[in-house]
Design a protein around this ligand. Structure first.
Ligand code: FAD
Length: 407
């Protein structure tokens, strides 16, 4: 039995345990996850860890000894199969039952994979966990050609690392631009050009139909809907995640795209919270729309909100979303949500590899994408948080600090 049982020992789950102890919560805490490692940072998996620049010890969220010192019981290798909200217990795949006072569901998501002929081949990889990336790294020495399926952040980051490692890389994107889900068109075009300059082939409007496989069951090429076939020794799929919500949904939790939570991260089930990538919440920076955010910021902030609610402190989730992505020597920092913008201003020249895009909706700044311009990111946050209107000409002038731009 744990007073607080946290299921999922990733960014959100680990932070919830830490925040509870910071709030002087003195009941028992179980931090349970199905991976066999202590909590670690996921962003480096498609960056420094894949590149071999950082070892696992350097991406652990806390040193191994931390959890015991805080009296947080870390339960690795445990997968929850069922939740009984009325009886307040979970059932593991091993059939063991663990009871709880309150439950925090922090299970993230599993990589969405393709479901087409040949898609089960062993050299088709997702990128979500250390185990996924260890498999990729083990195979790399004998790999020359990599086809990355999906032009989102994870696919592009992996492409950048693999290119640096000397591989021949093709990115296959089904839509007409990369990063279409998260960024405005100018940013997409900039990153497409950047990858091409680095020698990556980018195929847009390219829909995967199947994989050709050899006698050994390994995929040898990906077949596109337009009839073309792209050969590869390794295939990396980065087409998003499916939130891990099965047991909670089966237990009756309100859910759609993720488990629905309120501003306190409470689900519709009593005594059960959900946080992180798996939680759908009404976000003020998305006009109140029910969305899931897949970012470290969201995982950490929701974890703190749940912890505060548990110890009886008033707190609502209304943090401004932010995110980063590293590709080659480009550091992108984004704040706010640009979806639905009706205007944008380009600040600086993309050819200088240092510029920002300011997004407006109804004359209010709703988001910023800053490429190698940390100052804009820091100084522009306020405009996003407060939904300020800015003079377009001044905003476009990189010589004028963003915090000094008026209307
Ligand atoms: P996770 O960190 O995924 O943790 C969930 C844990 O729950 C996992 O360990 C999972 O195995 C476990 N679990 C699932 N189901 C069960 C079950 N039934 N029982 C027990 N355990 C279970 N974000 C950024 O902000 N910036 C970045 O640059 C960035 N880069 C990224 C690069 C990669 C390759 C990936 C994969 C993600 C990246 N992200 C980035 C996103 C960020 O890592 C996630 O938003 C964050 O990890 C979400 O935390 P979480 O705790 O919700 O989920």
């Amino acid at each position: 039995h744990y007073d607080i049982l946290i299921v999922g020992a990733g960014h959100a789950g680990a932070q919830a345990a830490i925040a509870l102890r910071q709030q002087k919560f003195d009941g028992s805490i179980g931090l349970m996850g199905n991976e066999k490692y202590p909590p670690y940072e996921r962003p480096p998996l498609s960056k420094e860890y894949l590149a071999g620049d950082k070892e696992f010890e350097r991406i652990m969220l806390r040193p191994q000894s931390f959890w015991g010192e805080r009296d947080i019981e870390l339960l690795t290798g445990c997968r929850v199969a069922n939740v009984d909200p009325a009886g307040r217990f979970v059932v593991l795949t091993s059939d063991e039952e663990v009871s709880f006072g309150k439950l925090i569901w922090a299970t993230g998501g599993s990589p969405r994979m393709l479901d087409c002929p040949g898609s089960q081949a062993r050299n088709i990889h997702g990128v979500r966990s250390r185990a996924d990336v260890d498999k990729i790294m083990a195979a790399l020495p004998t790999v020359e050609k990599v086809v990355v399926i999906g032009g989102g952040y994870i696919g592009l980051e992996a492409a950048a690392v693999l290119r640096k490692l000397g591989k021949t890389v093709t990115v296959v994107e089904s839509l007409n631009r990369v990063l279409s889900r998260v960024a405005g068109e100018p940013l997409s075009r900039f990153y497409e050009q950047e990858h091409r300059n680095q020698g990556v082939t980018i195929e847009l409007n390219a829909k995967v139909e199947s994989f050709e496989t050899g006698d050994d069951g390994m995929a040898t090429a990906v077949q596109l809907a337009d009839g073309r076939s792209l050969a590869g020794d390794m295939f990396i799929v980065g087409i998003g995640i499916i939130p891990e919500t099965g047991p909670l949904v089966a237990a009756g939790a309100a859910a759609g795209n993720g488990v629905d939570v309120d501003q306190h991260c409470r689900t519709s089930l009593e005594n059960i919270y959900a946080i992180g990538d798996c939680a759908a919440h009404s976000n003020p920076f998305a006009g109140g729309a029910l969305i899931r955010l897949e970012s470290v910021q969201n995982a950490n902030d929701q974890a703190k909100v749940a912890a505060l609610d548990i110890v009886g402190e008033e707190c609502e989730y209304n943090a401004v979303p932010w995110f980063w992505s590293n590709q080659y020597d480009l550091k992108l920092q984004t704040v706010g949500i640009s979806t639905g913008h009706d205007e944008h201003v380009l600040r600086g020249n993309p050819d200088d590899r240092s510029f920002s895009i300011v997004y407006f909706k109804d004359d209010k700044v709703i988001a910023l994408d800053c490429v190698n311009r940390t100052k804009d990111y820091v100084q522009g946050r306020k405009a996003v948080v407060e939904g300020l209107n800015l003079d377009r000409d001044e905003a476009a002038n990189p010589e004028i600090p963003l915090k000094e731009v008026g209307l």
